[in-house]
Design a protein around this ligand. Structure first.
Ligand code: THU
Length: 136
């Protein structure tokens, strides 16, 4: 992933916070998922008054891509924070890590945006060691 692509992913993740539907937590999250074919799928969190149907931004992006027939991913950028406040460091929840683990390899990049100009970068194996393996 080159510098321009990183910048684009960061920008899209931060922008996607605006699309979040988060009236219950007031915490808005945006995600931008880079596919190996170069396409970017975005997502936001979508809450529900019954709470458990709430879906995170990361899973929205993954499910959009997979339902379009795309299963190979290179990187994801995540941006979150209290609605109306600047993006802060907001790592993916355990459920989203589990969902990502179905499709990504250890070298999949996880960018966590702090601001469009500042982010932390991890590989998937750093944030998800000891992945569950049905066949192990
Ligand atoms: N949320 C995400 O979108 N991604 C995460 O990885 C963690 C949490 C959302 C779910 C809920 O709408 C709000 O943030 C507060 O938990």
């Amino acid at each position: 992933m080159d510098k321009d692509m990183k910048e684009l992913l960061l920008k899209k993740a931060v922008e996607m916070r605006e699309r979040a539907y988060a009236p219950y937590s007031g915490f808005t999250v945006g995600a931008a998922l880079l596919c190996k074919n170069g396409e970017i799928y975005t997502g936001c969190n979508i809450e529900n008054q019954s709470f458990t149907p709430t879906v995170c931004a990361e899973r929205t992006a993954v499910f959009k891509a997979v339902s379009d027939g795309i299963r190979e991913f290179e990187a994801i950028c995540i941006a979150g924070g209290k609605a109306g406040t600047p993006t802060r460091f907001s790592p993916p929840c355990g459920v989203c890590r589990q969902v990502l683990s179905e499709f990504v390899h250890n070298d999949f990049k996880v960018l966590i945006a702090i601001s469009p100009d500042e982010f932390k970068e991890y590989t998937f194996d750093q944030i998800m060691p000891l992945v569950f393996d049905l066949n192990a």
